[in-house]
Each structure stands twice: as C-alpha cells, then as structure tokens.
Design a protein around this ligand. Structure first.
Ligand code: NAD
Length: 446
C-alpha cells in the first residue's frame, strides 16, 4: 500500500519508517528542505534509538522516500497521515495552522479517493474542520464530488522508545464513523498487532479526546507525586517508600509515580494546557488539569529554590556542573525541558555552568544562545564536575547512575549534589561525604 506521511519529525519519521518496514511504500513529506535533503543523504534530524537502522534499511529497499512535494506524496496513495507539529500559542491554546495548511494542500492536489489520517494531537472537533477545508478546496477546483475520508488516529509513542512503541503498540485508536474506512485502517495496522493488543475503533470525537485524556492522566500522576514529595521533605518521609506503598496496590501500579523536577517535553505541557482551553471553550472547568499544570510549573523551580537556600541569591563566582539537558533520557529533545528553565535561572543569578548530555548538547546550544557566555559544554560527564561548587543532575541518563564518586569528589570544589531525579541513595551519599539534596527524601537525611 502507498502511504504518504506529511511532517517528518519525531512522529512522522518513526511512523513512516515503521510502515515501510512492514513492506508498504512510504513517502515522507516535509516543508523543511534541509531536513529532507539530509534524510535523502542518510542524515537523521533526531536521535531516536533504532530509528537510523530501519530508515537506512527501508531507503535501501526502495520502500521509504523523502520529498518536499506533497503532490508526489499523495499521488496514487491510499493513506495520507498528518503528523505536523501542534505547538502551543502564547495563551496556551493549540496552534492548528500547520494541520490546516496540510489540509488545504491536500485539497489542492487531491485527484482520487484518499484516507486522510490525523495523527497530530488535536483538540476535539478538528476532524470536522480538516474535512471542511479539504471540501472547500475541492469545490473551488470544481471537484466537489471527489470522495475522501478523515480519520483520527492519535499517536502514543514515547520518545526514546518510539520505534519499539510503534512496532508493538499497547493499542491503536481509530476514530471514524465509516465502517469501510475502519477496515482499511485495520489492514494497515494489522502487522503491528500480532501481540494481540487491541485496535480500538470508536467515534472521532472520543478518539480525539482519548489522546488528551491519556496524557493528562499521566501528568496527573507525576504532579501528584511531586506534591507529595514536597510534603515528605517538609515533615520527614521518603517519597520512594511512599511510592512503593502506593504502587504495589494493583489498582494503582508503579508506573509514572516518580517524583522529580516536573514533566517537560513537547507533549504533556502543551496537551494539558489545551485540555484546559478546550474545557473553557465548552463551559467546562478542567480543575484537575489546571492544578496539575500549576504544580508542575512550581516543581520546575524546586531545585533552583534549594540551590538558592544553600548558596544564596547571588551566585557570582559559583560554578555548577549539570548532568542531563534533554527532557528525558534516550532523546535529544529539549522542548520544555527542565534544564532550559533551571540553567537560565542560575545564570541570571550570576552562576557559570558546565553542562554534559550524551545527545542533547547541540539542540541546547541553539536554544540557550542568550546565556552562552556563562555555559560551557563538555564531551565527558566527569569533566562537567571539575572545580564545581555543586553537581546538578537534571536528566536521568543511565550513565549517571553509578559514577565513580571518589573521582567526582576529588574533582569538585565542594562535594554538593542536587539530584532532581532521585538517582542516588541518601544514606550512601552521606557515607561518601557528599552533601546531598534530592526530591522528597530530604526530611530523612538531615
Ligand atoms: P516535530 O516538530 O518533530 O515535527 C513536525 C514536522 O512537521 C517538522 O519537521 C515540520 O517541518 C513539519 N511540517 C510543518 N508544517 C508542514 C507542512 N505544511 N507540510 C509538511 N511538513 C510540515 O513534531 P512531533 O514531535 O513529531 O509532533 C507531531 C505531532 O504528534 C504533534 O501534534 C504532537 O503533539 C504529536 N505527538 C508527538 C509525540 C512525541 O513524542 N513527539 C508523541 C505523540 C504525539
């Protein structure tokens, strides 16, 4: 089957590569010419484990193609996936202009029956707008009778394990009111569902809402744990013990119950805001989502507040080593990453930073340009702690779990660690002579 994917970013490239890997002929389209040219010459725009291998394999097998030409992409295709970004506007509402641009272009080029699949995360009611835009373009071309369908197929992959998630999804949601389209979509996804996980066919609005609901639920668990962590720090208690006490209840489960320095990334923050916005537009106050967002905003500054308390508000002459910049491990994505808030906050107080991340340093350099004179990037994690007044652990990359603490201590000016991801045991840190600050386990240490 010929599949066209419009928007070759984290979701589009993974989706395209995985469909090609199952034998489909895939055209990945993007407006970013440089990205397309790089992909044509084998250079991937993102770091995602396992992606490069399947991209190369399927380009080599002539099943995966890259182009800026949407007309070529949809020519004789049965499916056209929309996987463009849906970033937040300044007021937190979602910016749907990229999705609508694609819809307009599809309407301008469409010549045959096509299933248009919206995989971008979009608020309820977007499918109707996409359908309307395409219909208007067809009418303007005198082709109002041309048949097409618009399906909602939200994506649930996680950056860092995106290929694995796409290849073996927990579920695939198909939002459509057309039985025939549901069957065609099921055929396309059947090779990915050999694990017996379900394909859930439902009405379009439920499919659109389900994506926001899932992200909001996960974010709620995180914010809830972060709030409890503050309580533990205040009254004495260990959030990791609390987590074990809660999570072993099978009704609750252990996942997404880690306290930390708040959720980030390109999805949770914007999706929570849009859920609040959708509620507002429809006269429903999304009180839980609003609280989740508030707690998260505050949590991003938890480490900064601890650092201020320990070193004062004037950090001139203080040097901090930073481990981890990406919003989570196994990705180079720094969108809404805590590091992007914490580092500028410290630099604004006069600190200088030496940072290390295995994958996200190039992206960070581009974003933190205004702070560049105070930030040094190093290629080795241990070099980040040289002469440092403290180490700040922001992203829990695996290689940070068991560092050589003796070597670290010798390199640092002061043996102080601010651990935003609870990677070390407070008792061990005390034994090794570190002054250790973490999240929700500080009450017990002192
Ligand atoms: P991204 O920013 O990585 O990629 C979007 C791509 O679309 C870019 O390459 C951009 O150049 C391209 N684009 C923009 N306008 C275009 C147009 N008119 N024609 C062709 N290409 C165009 O975005 P992403 O992270 O892949 O997210 C895409 C969507 O998927 C968003 O709605 C997001 O919320 C959702 N989503 C993301 C993830 C994730 O982990 N990143 C997971 C699930 C869902």
């Amino acid at each position: 089957m010929k599949v066209c994917i419009v928007g070759t970013g984290y979701v589009g490239l993974v989706t395209g590569a995985c469909f090609a890997d199952m034998g489909n002929s895939v055209w990945c389209i993007d407006v970013d010419e440089e990205k397309v040219n790089n992909l044509k010459s084998g250079v991937l725009p993102i770091y995602e484990p396992g992606l490069e291998e399947i991209v190369k394999k399927n380009v080599g097998g002539d099943r995966l193609h890259f182009s800026t030409d949407l007309k070529q992409g949809i020519d004789s295709a049965l499916f056209c996936f929309i996987t463009v970004g849906t970033p937040p506007n300044d007021d937190g509402s979602v910016n749907l202009s990229y999705v609508f641009d694609v819809a307009r272009s599809i309407g301008q080029y469409l010549e045959h029956y096509l299933v248009i699949v919206n995989k971008s995360t979009v608020p309820v009611g977007t499918e109707e707008k996409v359908r309307e835009i395409i219909r208007q373009e067809l009418t303007a071309r005198g082709k109002a009778g041309l048949e097409f369908d618009v399906v909602s197929n939200p994506e649930f992959l996680k950056e860092g394990v995106a290929v694995e998630d796409f290849m073996r999804p927990d579920r695939v949601i198909i939002g459509t009111d057309n039985v025939r389209t549901a069957e065609i979509m099921k055929q396309l996804y059947e090779p990915f569902m050999r694990n017996q996980h379900p394909i859930l066919v439902m009405d379009i609005k439920s499919a659109e809402i389900a994506k926001y609901a899932a992200n909001a639920m996960l974010a709620t668990r995180i914010s809830f744990m972060n709030e409890l962590a503050r309580l533990c720090d205040k009254v004495g208690g260990d959030i990791t013990c609390v987590r074990a006490g809660m999570g072993t209840d099978r009704r609750i489960g252990m996942q997404f119950l880690h306290a930390g320095i708040g959720y980030g990334g390109s999805c949770f923050p914007k999706d929570i805001l849009e859920l609040i916005n959708t509620g507002k537009k429809n006269g429903i106050e999304m009180e839980i989502a609003a609280a989740v967002h508030r707690v998260n905003e505050r949590q991003k500054y938890y480490l900064v507040d601890m650092i201020k308390k320990r070193f004062g508000e004037n950090l001139t002459g203080k040097k901090f080593g930073v481990w981890g910049l990406a919003f989570k491990p196994q990705t180079d994505d720094i969108r809404e990453a805590p590091a992007i808030i914490i580092i500028p906050a410290l630099v604004n107080m006069g600190a200088s930073i030496t940072a290390f991340d295995p994958e996200a340093m190039e992206q960070t350099k581009k974003v933190l340009v205004p702070y560049a004179s105070q930030i040094q990037y190093v290629d080795n994690m241990m070099d980040a702690v040289n002469d440092a007044d403290a180490l700040i652990l922001i992203t829990e990359w695996r290689q940070f779990r068991q560092p050589d603490f003796i070597d670290m201590k010798n390199r640092m000016k002061q043996g102080v660690i601010f651990d935003g991801r609870n990677q070390y045991a407070p008792s061990q840190m005390k034994e090794d002579g570190f002054e250790y600050y973490c999240i929700g386990r500080n009450g017990n240490v002192k």
